[in-house]
Design a protein around this ligand. Structure first.
Ligand SMILES: NC(=O)c1ccc[n+]([C@@H]2O[C@H](COP(=O)([O-])OP(=O)(O)OC[C@H]3O[C@@H](n4cnc5c(N)ncnc54)[C@H](OP(=O)(O)O)[C@@H]3O)[C@@H](O)[C@H]2O)c1
Length: 388
């Protein structure tokens, strides 16, 4: 069997590291051809020494130069690519079969679209790429003949509950239910959220993740982005996507069929499960996750998503009903607001105000190319920064 040649974009992040963990369990099936990072040179160096990939991509020239020098000293022959186009170049490289898109934020849009247009097997963790890219992203997947596989645990769960033949999805699905843990502030009085610190917001009860998605989980903007992601991945109307709080994160999401049969996917909260499924689909490989023992699992409980506690969640449906590009605006505003919060320039409870104000103020315009989407993204970021 030929080994799948894998490019891991964002290999130094939480999803990237989990991906390498799964790949390391199956050296007979996978070969790492390319890795990428933004700033963590030491981590990427260690990964290059361990995996000896053909390419390492770092957009920043200075960080790339440092990595190049350190690799040379260590006698490692990995070629370092830099500059704005380096990520798209490795993602579309003819020697790559599978791309794990695990960059955080809209920065992952261009490489994910490059992988889609080049017809890769595209494992999508980087939800912001599909939220920003919307129809253009899905068109690139179709045009390039790419195989798009969701990595977000909720979307992987939905995908696992559906048959392989996508043509049957439409007639089968009544609606889907995305589950949400409720994050670290599920039970906290919303009036006390003004003083929340970044470390408190990042202390997720069930998952260990990068800091941006952790803050998004605390505001439930992560679920808002997932609602938008689900709209595109499964070709649903906004009304067909529902959210339910499930604090134990054991049921990862559900499909409610036309006949009202409910299909769910369960498992311990471990991202290596959806990653392994994306890598091996339609087969199954071991992931390293521990077994779900229902006898020792606490009761599975469910709550309505509280609109007062989590106002951000409802911006997803608002954005989906707006003109094309509205979801790009929402994502850009949120990236600026979360960054400002993590850097001590914005109160936690002001993130929502920035996001909803940008939705009200920024007019999308043309969304027919990556350039126009990135222009809209940049315009929104400028506006959000002024508001911060
Ligand atoms: N973590 C999870 O459990 C989880 C679950 C579901 C979905 N996701 C999604 O997966 C994506 C990655 O999340 P994560 O938690 O793994 O994030 P993370 O730990 O912050 O890692 C992000 C990765 O992207 C790189 N990166 C950051 N900014 C970049 C830029 N401007 N250009 C190129 N590369 C950049 C980082 O490089 P440096 O290390 O050098 O900074 C790192 O390798 C996000 O879209 C998130 O929503 C994550």
């Amino acid at each position: 069997m030929n080994r799948q040649r894998v490019c891991v974009l964002g290999s130094t992040g939480s999803i990237g590291v989990n991906t390498l963990d799964v790949l390391a369990r199956h050296p007979d099936r996978y070969e790492v051809v390319a890795l990428s990072a933004m700033s963590r040179v030491d981590e990427l160096l260690a990964q290059c020494l361990a995996w000896q990939p053909r390419f390492a991509a770092m957009p920043g020239r200075e960080a790339a130069a440092r990595l190049r020098e350190r690799l040379r000293e260590a006698g490692c022959r990995t070629e370092v690519l830099d500059g704005a186009a380096a990520l798209a170049e490795v993602a579309a490289h003819p020697d790559v079969d599978t791309v794990m898109a695990a960059i955080v934020g809209a920065a992952g849009l261009a490489p994910a679209i490059a992988a889609a247009r080049a017809g890769k097997r595209l494992l999508l963790a980087n939800k912001e790429a599909i939220v920003v890219g919307g129809a253009l992203f899905m068109h690139a997947v179709e045009e390039g003949g790419a195989t798009l596989l969701p990595i977000d645990s909720e979307h992987s769960a939905i995908f696992q509950c559906l048959p392989e033949d996508r043509a049957t999805w439409h007639e089968r699905i009544d609606h889907i239910v995305l589950t949400a843990s409720g994050g670290p502030f599920r039970q906290r009085d919303p009036k006390t959220l003004a003083d929340v610190t970044p470390d408190q917001a990042c202390a997720h009860p069930n998952w260990v993740m990068g800091r941006k998605i952790s803050v998004d989980s605390a505001t439930m903007m992560n679920k808002a982005l997932e609602v938008i992601e689900a709209r595109w991945l499964f070709n649903l109307t906004p009304e067909q996507i529902k959210v339910l709080i499930h604090p134990q994160s054991i049921i990862h999401s559900m499909v409610v069929c036309r006949d009202q049969s409910v299909l769910a996917q369960l498992g311990t909260p471990d991202m290596r499960v959806p990653i392994a499924y994306g890598l091996s689909f339609p087969e199954r490989i071991t992931s390293g996750a521990s077994r779900l023992d229902l006898l020792t699992t606490p009761s599975l409980t469910f709550e309505e998503a509280d609109a007062v506690r989590f106002p951000g969640l409802h911006l997803s449906w608002q954005a989906l009903r707006g003109p094309e590009g509205t979801t790009t605006v929402l994502n850009a505003a949120n990236e600026v607001a979360v960054d400002a919060f993590l850097n001590g320039r914005l109160r936690f409870d002001r993130i929502h105000a920035i996001n909803s104000q940008c939705l009200a103020d920024v007019q999308p315009g043309d969304c027919g190319s990556i350039e126009s989407l990135l222009d809209l993204d940049a315009r929104t970021r400028d506006h959000a920064r002024r508001l911060v």
